[in-house]
Design a protein around this ligand. Structure first.
Ligand code: FAD
Length: 505
């Protein structure tokens, strides 16, 4: 009788981190430093991992760093006790403290941190003319389609849509937003008005450098090899994701953007279906906004978008930039996780999910602690890093039986980015989120140069939007953190002739 091969026990690890994006890699790095004699297992679906480099704390809460997509061997070389397993996790058996990968391998953990990110929430999953942008793979796919496109429709009003409408050239863009003003996630109507002229202005060459996190890939272009195999779940792209991508369509024109506000997509027709319908589509409007100019379109398009406003536009393809859905699915079966309102794994103030020994960080999680009055969760690069770092701190403290204090970065929401080639700093309740009507706004605006808005409540500053090189971020950050009563300064607070830093030194 043939001897039976002995059943190999699943490898055990004190710490397993799932996901090779910024949250997962940062978490694994910190654990590796705190527990140099333990092996830290990083299990990730993507062939490349994301690493934070050149990290700089520019002020108490604002940070800058570059992001590099690297081979996992580079991470393993830097941290010899990190072992990267490249395989997606297909199942979690939380009661057995076990994960099972797509490759069929099982691993036992003492503590697990789930950092599997999120994926684009597409307006429809089943239409080949609807693209989402999430990772290098989808960005390369988008670039390929754009190269031959004469007109596209962008749906959504968040950061990705804002960047796209500004960056794309050589192609007409119909931009459908459900809000009244552009960039609703980040701005109010005033800031949007300040930015809109940039959509018809000629773009500066080369791009102006700006303080912000920078996304880099190994080569100057996002290459096929970096994209991995089809179907693999890549890391989310980050700031400057479009650098190195040629976002140029098939036409000889600079910006050409038409905004359709207060509408959503009602129906999408493929060419044949549209031709069989009684509908007519509109030509690209010549002036914005111009109802009288609504001419019929003579051209045939591969796909047509009917908006809830009743207008129909034909285009080459549609970009769905309508937010993300946390990648929780593989972990839910048989595990009674509490989920947040937006579908993320609910985490308490120690980044702990509702299940024992399982933590979560980054885009996959939904924070459920009572936040500081001037902090809110947003699925951003910086928060993915901060949460990954803090989750590792909590896992370490739990393991060692030590107490943990909430990290200072959760005291104030602070984000630096770039929109329409302007430096943009967002602080605290920058859009008066959740403040009701009991607040006032103070504004200062120099057309084409800077836009400053502060949100005040009971004489205290609660938030700010700074567009352009205002140099006000550190002073305002302190004023929001200190909650000093500023009533006596009145309008002087934003008077450009007064150096307010002197006031508060
Ligand atoms: P991700 O980076 O998505 O990483 C998730 C990781 O988990 C990946 O490695 C993936 O392969 C892995 N994974 C997924 N499922 C599994 C599984 N079942 N098993 C194993 N591994 C799995 N943020 C900003 O702050 N500023 C910006 O300007 C900005 N621009 C953006 C532009 C684009 C186009 C996109 C898509 C995002 C942008 N973001 C921006 C958001 C930012 O990129 C994300 O918030 C951040 O990358 C989230 O990091 P993460 O580590 O949580 O998730």
């Amino acid at each position: 009788m043939a001897a039976q091969s002995p059943q190999l026990a699943a490898p055990r690890s004190r710490f397993i981190v799932v996901g090779g994006g910024i949250a997962g890699v940062t978490c694994a790095e910190r654990l590796a430093t705190e527990f140099p004699s333990d092996d830290i297992l990083l299990v990730t679906a993507s062939p490349l991992i994301k690493a934070v480099t050149n990290f700089k704390q520019v002020s108490r809460t604002l940070e800058e760093f570059d992001v590099e997509e690297q081979a996992s061997s580079i991470l393993e070389k830097r941290y010899p006790n990190i072992k990267v397993i490249q395989s997606g996790v297909k199942q979690l058996k939380s009661e057995e403290h076990k994960i099972i990968t797509e490759a069929g391998q099982e691993y036992i953990y003492e503590k697990l941190c789930l950092c599997a990110g999120a994926r684009p929430k597409l307006i429809t999953e089943r239409n080949p003319f609807v693209l989402g942008i999430r990772d290098t793979d989808s960005a390369a796919e988008f670039q390929k389609h754009l190269a031959t496109a004469k007109r596209i429709t962008i749906v959504g009003n968040g950061g990705i849509a804002l960047e796209l409408v500004y960056e794309i050239e050589g192609c007409e863009v119909i931009w459908a937003i459900k809000d009244k003003a552009i960039g609703n996630t980040f701005f109010d109507a005033g800031a949007a008005e300040f930015l809109i002229p940039k959509l018809s202005a000629v773009k500066p060459e080369p791009p102006i450098a700006c303080k912000r996190t920078k996304y880099t890939t190994a080569g100057s272009e996002i290459e096929e090899s970096a994209a991995g195999n089809p179907g693999e779940i890549g890391s989310a792209l980050g700031p400057d994701w479009h650098q190195g991508l040629c976002l140029k369509g098939a036409k000889e024109l600079s910006h050409k953007v038409h905004i359709e506000s207060l509408c959503e997509v009602k129906k999408i027709f493929l060419q044949e279906e549209f031709q069989q319908s009684e509908n007519v589509s509109l030509a690209f409007p010549r002036v914005q906004p111009d109802e009288r100019n609504a001419e019929m379109d003579e051209e045939k398009w591969p796909v047509y978008v009917e908006l809830t406003s009743g207008k129909i536009y034909g285009c080459d393809f549609i970009v769905s930039a309508t937010g993300v859905i946390p990648n929780v699915q593989p972990f839910l079966d048989g595990n009674n996780f509490v989920l947040g309102k937006d579908g993320g794994l609910s985490v308490d103030k120690y980044m702990h999910t509702s299940l024992p020994d399982i933590y979560a960080a980054g885009d996959i999680c939904t924070t459920s602690w009572e936040p500081s009055p001037v902090w809110q969760q947003m699925r951003l690069w910086t928060q993915a890093r901060q949460m990954g770092w803090y989750a590792a701190k909590c896992m370490a403290a739990d393991t060692l039986g030590e107490p943990t204090d909430m990290d200072f970065c959760f005291e104030l929401f602070a984000h630096v980015t770039k929109f329409f080639n302007y430096k943009v700093v967002l602080l605290g309740k920058y859009n008066a989120q959740g403040l009701g009507s009991d607040h006032e706004l103070m504004l200062r605006c120099t057309k084409g140069q800077e836009f400053v808005k502060v949100v005040m409540q009971n004489g205290r500053m609660l938030g700010a939007v700074l567009i352009g090189e205002t140099d006000l971020e550190e002073t305002f950050e302190n004023l929001i953190l200190n909650q000093m009563d500023l009533s006596c300064y009145g309008e002087d607070l934003l008077d450009p002739r007064i150096d307010i830093e002197d006031y508060f030194d």
